[in-house]
Design a protein around this ligand. Sequence first.
Ligand SMILES: Nc1nc2c(c(=O)[nH]1)N=C([C@H](O)[C@H](O)COP(=O)(O)OP(=O)(O)OP(=O)(O)O)CN2
Ligand SMILES: [Zn+2]
Length: 148
Amino acid sequence: SNMMDRGHYANERVAYITRVQSFSACHRLHSQSLSDDENKRIFGKCNNPNGHGHNYKVEVTLRGKINQITGMVMNFADMQLHIEETVMKSLDHKNLDLDVAYFANNVSTSENLAVWIWDSMATRLPPCMLYEVKVYETERSAAMYRGE
Ligand SMILES: Nc1nc2c(c(=O)[nH]1)N=C([C@H](O)[C@H](O)COP(=O)(O)OP(=O)(O)OP(=O)(O)O)CN2
Ligand SMILES: [Zn+2]
């Protein structure tokens, strides 16, 4: 019904839902726009040509109206399918720089990973539903992207 409930129409309540997914990948921080010396200076040990790995953690947050019949913004199971198709299929156990075309020309930082995940999730979801992608590279370092 459209009965007001504490200032909200029941069918207009907006909620944010989050799924967390872990994956493992390797990469190397290296910019084609910089000399070898500059790459070493800026990226330090992360510029080692042999690369290194991370156990990444991704948090994807959607924003939407709570469907009055289902009580959900989106079923977590459906959200998981979207994450499987984008994050897991393309990134898990991959060499980010070699296996993902985007990182041939963009440094594979957490920031750019968040952008890549955003772009690939956005094509699968209803317009404006994607709210935030947060990528933890380590337990203490994360990058967050909101489509700006
Ligand atoms: N702004 C960013 N800075 C850095 C990024 C990044 O993606 N965005 N990435 C790296 C390297 O990938 C590096 O591998 C980071 O991991 P690590 O060196 O293991 O980090 P720490 O030793 O500091 O480990 P903590 O557990 O986070 O302390 C570097 N910079
Ligand atoms: Zn790294």
